[in-house]
Design a protein around this ligand. Structure first.
Ligand code: DQA
Length: 148
């Protein structure tokens, strides 16, 4: 099976340093290792990426259309602003789980709208790094059912 892309957007490279009261103490490297460990238990191949650049994320999503079996996406602040990422996700037509470390609905009103959610199969927010493990479980389930 093609790999599942795990994409983290802007400022998520600063995890560990960035507002630990909101995002916890785990670094991006730690989070990606955690994802790799979980994926292994599920027999899933994953590719973890992070970018601060909207266009780069759009290009990865476009490539995923033929190169990946699904996408787990924390688009960071682009969640709330990016029509370009929304459009790319529509084009990709892949199983998609949206993840946020924090519960965006408990935070400022500008974080309550997501351009990703209308396309996502499911949304996980507020579970910190564990949300990524839950997302891997969810996408594994979707891909298993799809395979028949
Ligand atoms: C975030 C929530 C977004 O509102 C914020 O801009 C982020 C991180 C989260 O994981 O909780 O960068 O996506």
């Amino acid at each position: 099976m093609k790999p599942v892309l795990v994409i983290n957007g802007p400022n998520l490279n600063m995890l560990g340093l960035r507002e630990p009261d909101v995002y916890g103490h785990e670094t991006l490297a730690g989070l990606e290792e955690r994802c790799q460990r979980k994926a292994k238990t599920l027999g899933l191949d994953i590719s973890c990426r992070q970018s601060n650049h909207e266009g780069e994320i759009v290009s990865w999503i476009q490539e995923a259309r033929s190169a990946a079996s699904g996408i787990i996406l924390n688009a960071g602040a682009y969640t709330h602003t990016s029509v370009a990422i929304h459009d790319a996700l529509r084009i990709a037509q892949l199983p998609l789980i949206e993840v946020h470390l924090s519960n965006i609905y408990k935070r400022e009103p500008f974080r309550h709208h997501s351009y990703v959610s209308p396309i996502a199969d499911g949304v996980l927010c507020g579970f910190g790094g564990h949300g990524y493990e839950l997302a891997l479980d969810a996408i594994h389930k979707i891909l298993t059912v799809k395979k028949g």
